[in-house]
Every structure is written in C-alpha cells, then in structure tokens.
Ligand binder design. Structure first.
Ligand SMILES: Cc1cc2nc3c(=O)[nH]c(=O)nc-3n(C[C@H](O)[C@H](O)[C@H](O)COP(=O)(O)OP(=O)(O)OC[C@H]3O[C@@H](n4cnc5c(N)ncnc54)[C@H](O)[C@@H]3O)c2cc1C
Length: 494
C-alpha cells in the first residue's frame, strides 16, 4: 500500500519504521526541517538542549521500533543509564536519590528512611512488575474496536481488580511506604498521565514501573538523537522523507469519503491509499479532516501543561546535583488541586531541573552547562492569563533555580516556553501532554486510532491509544501500522 504519514514526531516515525519494514511504500511529510516534533532540539552557540522529553524509559520498546524497520538500535543510538535516575530534594532540606538496581535503591531507602520502607521496596517493585506484565499486552499494546474488547478475554480485568488496579494510586503507594517523601517519589509519575495521584487509579502505577524498575537512560548527543535515529532507520527500510512541507488537508473521495491522499500548502497533492496522521488528534480532526471531534476529545479533560526554561549558562552545577533533579515544594495534595481543579499556578511549585551536561559535557562549550527547567502549569482551560503572567513567571522561575544553587547569572542562550507556545505549535488546550488518562479517557474510551467517518485515515501520537509519553507514542505508531495492515487486508503483526 502507498501510505502518507503526516508528521515525523515519535508517533509518525514509529509508524514509518513499522510500515516501511512491512513492505509498504511510505512517504513522511513533516512541516519542520527536522524529525522529532516535541522531541526537538534547541541548538545555539555550541549548546545542544533537548526541548521536550528528558526522561527516557522502556528502551526495549524503542529497540522494537528500530527492529520494525529491520534495524539494530545499537547501530543508531548509544544509550547510557542515568544514575542516579533522579535526585529528589524536599522542603526540609533532605535529599533522596533514586538509583538503578533494586539492591542499591533498597540501601538508599534504608539510609534515608529506615528499614521498614527499605523492606517494602522489593515488594513494591514486584507489584509494579505484575501490574505491567498484566497491562501491557491486555490493555496498552493493543487496538480496541469496542468497549467489549476490554472483556475479551475477561480474566485480565478480574486480575487487575485483584491487583488493586482500580483503587486510588496514592492509597496503594502509601500502603507500601510510610515516609511521605517516598510516597511522593513513587506516585508523582501520575502527573505524566495528567492526573493527581489522589485521583488516578493504581493501574497507572505502570508509569512508576517504567522509571523505577526499568530505569532511566540517555542517548549520546541528547534525546533528539532518538528521532534522528528512527528517521535514519525508516529511510534505510525504504521510507521517503520530505521536510519543510505542511499538509493542509486530507483529500477524500467524493463517492465514499475514503482518504485518497493529502494536499500540501501550495496545492501539491500526494496520492495515498492510507493516511497516518501524527499531528495532535483534536487539531487533526479540526484542521486536516474538517470533521467534528470525537466526544472525548471535545468534552474530555486535558492534562495540565508546563512552562519550560532552557538555557546554556556559564558556570558549574551545585555540589551533588544530578542529571535529573526534582525539587519538591512543601505543598503536595494542594498543588494538584491548584493545577487540576482550580486552574491556577501551584502556590509552592515542584520543579524538574535537568542538566544532561553532567554525563555528556559535549552538549555545551568548555566551562558551561545546560539547564532544562520544567514547572507544571494549568493548561489553557485554566485561569492563568499568560499575556500578563509570562515575564513575571519566567523571572520567578529563574530566581528559584538560582536560589537552589544553579548558575543563572551568566546566561549565554535561553528559550522560554509557556502553554500559549504549545498551543501555537498545534497542541490542543496548550498542553503537550494530551488528553489526560482518566479511566474513561484510556484504552477503548480514548479517541480511537481509526474513525468510521473517515475511512483510510489512521491516527498515531499521544491523543490516541495507548497514550502519552515516549514509550506509549512509539507503541501508538506500531498500532497505527497494524491498522494500515487491516486496511490492506493483512493480519496484524506481532
Ligand atoms: C516539555 C516536554 C517534556 C516531556 N517530558 C517527557 C519525558 O520526560 N518522558 C516522556 O516519555 N515523554 C515526555 N514528554 C511527552 C512526549 O514528548 C510526547 O508524548 C511525544 O513526544 C509526542 O509525540 P507525538 O508523535 O504524539 O507528537 P509530536 O511530537 O507533536 O509530533 C507531531 C508531528 O507532526 C508535525 N505536524 C503537525 N502538523 C503538521 C502538518 N499540518 N503538516 C506536516 N507536519 C505536521 C509536527 O511538526 C510534529 O513533528 C514530554 C513532552 C514535552 C513537550
């Protein structure tokens, strides 16, 4: 089949790898001059700073994406463990590192929190592993055609209930650990799914599995090396890439509404038997298909957004700083209420400060480091007026980072992004984290990757199944390729 893939984000790239590897004729059309989408690169004055994902987990899913194009990941990427995975600091001045390896982490917990919590860590990891092994094949890495698919077969759902998957995530994590700092360390990942740990169901502990058990990695050259590697792999498998071209709409047959290709800005039409759409799904429906949004995309809850300050600075990191540093504010439950219920900024924010130059000094000139500072914020459904708040917010974020001991006095290059910038880049409600993962917005309830109304169109990316984050989006590319195979009358591939 001839397949046009619109967008070379990680979803589009994964789809291209699998489709080209399966012998389809693939053309990828990307509006930017490079692949990656949200996994972009800010390059200036000898600094290389990733502009999107910073925490890379589940490298076996990435390896399988390369394998989809019959390529070996090791020929394209050099990954090293990030260890500690995180350094976490707390308002009382204490620190806990999250380390690779169960034994080392158990020891870290023993030293910082005591023997009982240390003993619980192994049991918690076993629990996370059971949950992951159950959820991946049955609820995550599969396409859904109807709600009833959840019950085909019925035992995984029953087992999920037995594993307390439908209890509150915070309650389950708190049942393992008494120290409130550990409760935060093992539940903040709910935020990646756009949820508060108090609202999220424990089934989303699989996100905690992804970093805590599987580990955090970093590619030589930065995260942007991932999309570059995938684009090279897809090209070797036969996919054609055109950059700097914006797709204006999907062309459809007047007779039966089927997709027949895409029209580029400027009028060129590219014929295709199937079209894979990687732009944010609600935006794709509105702009490229001129079609009403699926109900959940229109009425549903979107994840909180974030503001991001990226800078190349002269100076050194404070003593003890790691690649990823999570500085928790004093407030916790109230912080989620502010972001998700009241739509206002966190009163005492928790922030992530990443400085990949710790492990890869080649990312900055001599005597300099890079800083990537992320603060969660409400999305544009919230009550922050960014036209008024932007400058004040940026300054207070930089001041806070400076007060934590990071060098902010001699900034060589910088970029600041707020939710209005995410919106301008085509992300619905100004959030790069898509439709949130409430239970009724996940799996068969999430906007499907095919639509009855637009036959021949398949979606990939974070607003369709299985969801948000690098591993999920890579899987969404494979699931999209399976949908194209269905259109071609072929059986889906393992
Ligand atoms: C600041 C930030 C931090 C994050 N942190 C993490 C993290 O630590 N770990 C993690 O796992 N995930 C993280 N994520 C989430 C992760 O980056 C995303 O879930 C994932 O990259 C989304 O990929 P995608 O393919 O769905 O979308 P995108 O990357 O947005 O891809 C869509 C592509 O389509 C292109 N496009 C759009 N419209 C058109 C058009 N009309 N014509 C042609 N091309 C078009 C775009 O240019 C883009 O390349 C983070 C994201 C951000 C922004």
């Amino acid at each position: 089949m001839r397949v046009a893939v619109v967008g070379a984000g990680l979803g589009g790239l994964s789809a291209a790898c699998h489709l080209a590897g399966r012998g389809h004729e693939v053309i990828v059309l990307e509006r930017e001059s490079v692949p990656g989408g949200r996994a972009g690169l800010f390059e200036a004055e000898g600094f290389r700073i990733d502009t999107g994902p910073s925490v890379l987990t589940m490298t076996d899913i990435l390896r399988r994406t390369f394998a989809g194009a019959h390529e070996d990941m090791d020929d394209h990427l050099r990954l090293a463990p990030v260890d500690p995975m995180y350094r976490t600091t707390f308002a009382d001045g204490s620190e806990i590192r999250v380390l690779h390896g169960r034994e080392r982490m158990t020891e870290e917990i023993r030293t910082t929190c005591g023997a009982a919590d240390a003993a619980a860590f192994g049991r918690f990891c076993d629990y996370l592993t059971d949950l992951y092994k159950l959820e991946l094949p049955n609820f995550i890495d599969r396409n859904f055609d109807s709600l009833f698919d959840l019950l085909k077969p019925p035992w995984p759902l029953l087992r999920l209930v037995r594993l307390k998957g439908l209890s509150r995530l915070a309650n389950v994590v708190n049942s393992y650990f008494a120290d409130p700092r550990l409760q935060r360390i093992f539940s903040f990942q709910a935020m990646y799914a756009g949820l508060s740990p108090y609202e999220a169901l424990a089934l989303y502990c699989v996100i905690t599995y992804m970093d805590t058990v599987e580990g955090v990695y970093f590619p030589e050259g930065g995260i942007h090396a991932v999309p570059r590697g995938l684009a090279a792999a897809a090209t070797k498998a036969g996919a054609e890439f055109r950059y700097g071209v914006t797709v204006e709409r999907v062309e459809r047959s007047a007779a039966d509404g089927r997709a027949t290709g895409v029209r580029l800005q400027g009028g060129e039409v590219i014929a295709a038997d199937a079209v894979v759409l990687n732009p944010d799904l609600p935006v794709a429906y509105r702009q490229l298909l001129d079609n009403p949004l699926p109900r959940v995309a229109k009425r549903g809850h979107y994840s909180p957004s974030c503001a991001l300050w990226m800078a190349g600075v002269r100076g050194q990191l404070p003593a003890g700083a790691a690649h990823h540093n999570i500085h928790f504010g004093a407030a916790w439950e109230g912080a989620f209420d502010a972001l998700m219920k009241q739509g206002v900024l966190m009163p005492d924010p928790s922030i992530l400060v990443s400085s990949p130059t710790v492990g890869d000094p080649s990312l900055a000139p001599e005597g300099c480091i890079t800083l990537y500072v992320l603060e969660p914020t409400p999305n544009l459904d919230g009550r922050v007026d960014w036209s008024k708040e932007r400058d004040r917010f940026r300054q207070s974020l930089v001041d806070r980072v400076g007060a934590l001991g990071y060098p902010t006095g001699d900034v060589v290059v910088e970029r600041f992004v707020d939710p209005t910038d995410w919106r301008n880049q085509g992300m619905e409600r100004g959030t790069p984290f898509a439709i949130a993962h409430n239970f009724f917005q996940t799996g068969p309830f999430r906007p499907n990757n095919v639509s009855q109304r637009v036959p021949g169109v398949v979606f990939t990316g974070s607003s369709t199944v299985p969801g948000v984050g690098v591993p999920m989006v890579l899987l969404s590319g494979r699931l999209a390729a399976d949908r194209v195979d269905e259109l071609a009358g072929r059986a889906a591939q393992p």
